[in-house]
Write a protein that binds this ligand. Structure first.
Ligand code: C2E
Ligand code: MG
Ligand code: MG
Length: 609
């Protein structure tokens, strides 16, 4: 590419400026709000040049704008000559050859982080070929000191009206070196989202949040490798930004989740937005020439104003997303003030529960214990079941808060508290009844925590609790944790003598595969298969074959949810090992459990035929 001499540049620049007044044709009102400032700047520049000494004044106008901010740089390019002028401050900060540059796009490209170049070039290409109206992209650029700085570049291509050149002009915003940006996609991260929500709350602004997650992304990483996986995330993030085009903010949360904070309100609009995001994921992501088609799941919340803590809002949003993924095959799950009148109240409750974990030493939490029995009623153990109670909310069952709280970081602490309380409370029973086993529920979120297995062991040791008397119940959702992590945890804990049970067995998608791939000591068959067993031959068949299958694997079986004698009769004919159900006992308080175990020898709960 031919480089121009200084004089030639000046000449081209003068030519360039002569056409600048055409920017007066720009209709600012028709521009989206976020662009209007840029439009005004251009317009002002054009106005100030009309019929004047173009060289001097134009130069000064540009200078004035360029000097007006040290973080926002200005650039302006004559597309015919490819000569452009950039603010002096960007020239200094990024060590560019000079204010006037020929082929500045390529000079600038060298400063851009290699991982972000594709993004930058494809966005420019989209603008120059007319597929996109505005250049708007965020990337990292290396400054004079060799440090990458986050920059958002916004540009507008002003097509020639008559015989002038096209002009491409805009601003580059220097965000500096900041820590609220995700390094893969250059989108804001979860901290920025929390911060933004806090500000919306203070300002009592309406909030519309859509969270989307790319499903089965592991497939992409496995097929194309991690780096390509990152490229896809980056491309998807950029396309989400394009989709909002300044009418909102896009954040990348952990993994493959993104959040869109928008001005779009109402179910229909949110649904449309989600549909567009789904289309992008399905049809518009490419690695070279090959299309990578992905499915989305999505959850959305809409508030006229936020009254809960932002962590509760996020937890609720994550919950909506998880329902979309696990139960709704990717359909959008939407909560708002009107459609779910209780949502706000529920958020306040979750808020209160989170506070109690974080600041009030778990006040309001307590455990109940549901006995587990053999067919003759001999109690051989109990499951610890958490509850939360407060003056305002009464007794809240776990199903009301666990699925939501699981998405909050405080849940890990709560899990440890539950384990410690269950072991501490039942240790005296174990001392007198060495075959008593306490079952404690573990959520997959806990397993994902790197310290989980060592934390469990240190609690067991601290409580001086025999590990063989502890059963950890893992729900089937645990299968969404990476197999290797799951396996490693299970192996470690089992090696220490702790038993592992698969809870809610049969409700997930991969029950039998779980039995094959992981080493469980027992399974708990969900009460869903038991509720209609007396009249439902299909359930009878499922229960019978599952019990048979487990027996063949050498795994013991507990059947949950037996509520009456008729059910017990049918279930008993398949010979599971143990039962847990209202027929024998509802969950009871610790004192009642202690009373049962007052005498030596295991108590029996006899049921009336
Ligand atoms: P789960 O672990 O499957 O616990 C059994 C649930 O079934 C308990 O409900 C129990 O009260 C109920 N149940 C037992 N027998 C019968 C019956 O015959 N009929 C009926 N209708 N229900 C019966 P609960 O206590 O409401 O717990 C619900 C779920 O909440 C639990 O299901 C578990 O997934 C979760 N959960 C409870 N406590 C904890 C905990 O400490 N940690 C974690 N991570 N999850 C917990
Ligand atoms: Mg359980
Ligand atoms: Mg269960």
């Amino acid at each position: 590419m031919k480089r121009l001499s200084g004089e030639e540049i000046l000449f081209e620049y003068v030519k360039d400026l002569r056409y600048a007044p055409q920017t007066a044709a720009l209709e600012i009102d028709k521009l989206p709000k976020s662009r209007q400032r840029l439009g005004e700047e251009l317009l002002l520049l054009g106005e100030s040049l009309k019929g004047r000494d173009l060289i001097g004044l134009g130069g000064r106008a540009f200078e004035a704008f360029a000097e007006s901010s040290s973080e926002r740089y200005l650039f302006m390019c004559n597309m015919d000559t490819n000569v452009s002028r950039w603010s002096r401050s960007i020239v200094e900060e990024f060590d560019l050859p000079g204010e006037y540059m020929h082929d500045a796009g390529n000079i600038w490209l060298e400063r851009i982080h290699p991982d972000d170049r594709e993004l930058y070039l494809s966005d420019l290409e989209a603008v120059f070929t007319g597929r996109k109206k505005y250049h708007d992209v965020t990337y990292r650029a290396r400054n004079r000191a060799g440090i990458y700085i986050l920059c958002t570049c916004k540009g507008y291509l002003l097509k020639a009206d008559g015989d002038g050149p096209d002009i491409f002009a805009g601003t580059i915003y220097n965000h500096g070196v900041i820590d609220d940006v995700d390094s893969v996609t250059n989108l804001y991260n979860v901290y920025k989202l929390m911060d933004t929500l806090r500000k919306c709350k203070t300002a009592e602004q309406p909030v519309n949040l859509l969270m989307v997650g790319l499903s089965q992304f592991r497939r992409v990483n496995n097929t194309y490798g991690y780096i390509c996986g990152n490229q896809i995330l980056q491309m998807f993030g950029q396309k989400l930004r394009d989709l909002l085009r300044g009418h909102g903010m896009v954040f990348r949360l952990n993994g493959t989740k993104f959040a869109l904070l928008t001005v779009v309100a109402g179910y229909e609009d949110t649904q449309r937005l989600y549909q567009k995001a789904s289309d992008i994921a399905r049809n518009e992501l490419y690695l070279g020439a090959s299309r990578v088609s992905l499915a989305l799941c999505g959850g959305a919340l809409s508030f006229r104003k936020i009254e809960a803590e932002e962590t509760a809002v996020l937890a609720e949003l994550e919950y909506a997303l998880s329902i979309s993924k696990q139960e709704e095959q990717g359909e959008l799950v939407y909560f708002d003030d009107s459609r779910h009148g209780s949502t706000r109240r529920k958020l306040e409750m979750i808020d209160a529960i989170i506070r109690s974990v974080l600041y009030q030493d778990f006040s309001g939490f307590y455990l109940m214990y549901q006995p587990q029995v053999q067919i003759d009623g001999t109690v051989i153990g109990a499951e610890a079941l958490v509850r939360w109670k407060s003056e305002e909310w009464g007794v809240v069952p776990p199903i009301e808060f666990i699925p939501i709280l699981e998405n909050d970081r405080c849940f890990y602490e709560l899990g440890l508290w539950i384990l410690q309380t269950a072991l501490g409370s039942t240790r005296p029973i174990v001392e007198m009844h060495p075959d008593f086993k306490i079952s404690v529920n573990v959520s997959y979120r806990q397993l994902e925590h790197v310290a989980f297995k060592t934390d469990v062991i240190s609690i067991v040791r601290r409580m001086d609790f025999p590990p063989e008397n502890l059963i950890l119940e893992l729900t089937e959702h645990c299968s969404s944790v990476q197999q290797a992590i799951l396996q490693e945890n299970l192996d470690y804990l089992r090696a220490q003598g702790i038993h592992i049970a698969a809870d809610d067995f049969g409700t997930g998608h991969s029950s039998l595969a779980l039995l094959r791939d992981l080493s469980f000591d027992s399974i708990k068959i969900d009460r869903k298969f038991v509720a209609d067993i007396v009249v439902n031959p299909a359930d009878q068949y499922i229960l019978k074959s599952t019990i048979q299958c487990a027996r063949d694997f050498g795994i013991s079986v507990c059947v949950e949810g037996v509520e009456d004698v008729e059910t017990l009769e049918v279930v008993d004919s398949y010979k599971p090992n143990t039962y847990q159900g209202f027929l024998f006992s509802r969950p009871i308080m610790l004192e009642q459990l202690e009373e049962l175990f007052e005498e030596p020898g295991n108590p029996r709960i006899v049921v009336e035929a």
